[in-house]
Design a protein around this ligand. Sequence first.
Ligand code: 3PG
Length: 203
Amino acid sequence: MTIADIMQTAPVIPVIVVDDLEHAKPLARALVAGGLPILEVTLRTPVALDAIRAMSEVEGAIVGAGTVTNERELASAVDAGSRFIVSPGLTKPLGKAAIRDDIPFLPGIANAGDIMRGLDLGLTHFKFFPAMAAGGLPALKALAAPFGQCRFCPTGGVSLDNAAEWLAFDPVLCVGGSWVAPRGAVDEAKVEQLAREACALRG
Ligand code: 3PG
């Protein structure tokens, strides 16, 4: 799968923080059952890599790592079985390493210079982060105009209330958000319902 394929699989990529490894599989099961198979597990907790391994065992789940900020984290994430990598920003060393490892890569951008650095590396698919704080949809519209070849996944402050608006903008292939994967004990029925609502955002 390319990063474009991954972005077009479902309208929402859950941004997941796993505090307790016991939560990993039930969370993945519920999200997949609700129609969201692309799962971004952020490397923000000590169990994140084990959570990627555990969630990867859930049938239908396509699990990647988020909050990957350097080559060392990229290597650990790939080693844990990540099928894609998300980063809050874009550095040349990380971009080059992801391309060398041939792993689908979604780096964060927030301005034209970031996008140009990505294009220099041959990247055209980006996470717009932090989407709301960086100016929301008007900012992305202005930013996307000179870069017609680029596609985006806004993340950061995206919710069920505003996701449809983002998704209606053609260069936006999907959005990312934590609202579909609340932290703490997993209520599978509740998470499945959140995923269903998110999935229905693109009819
Ligand atoms: C991220 O890491 O991409 C964001 O923290 C997710 O943002 P949200 O919690 O506002 O959805």
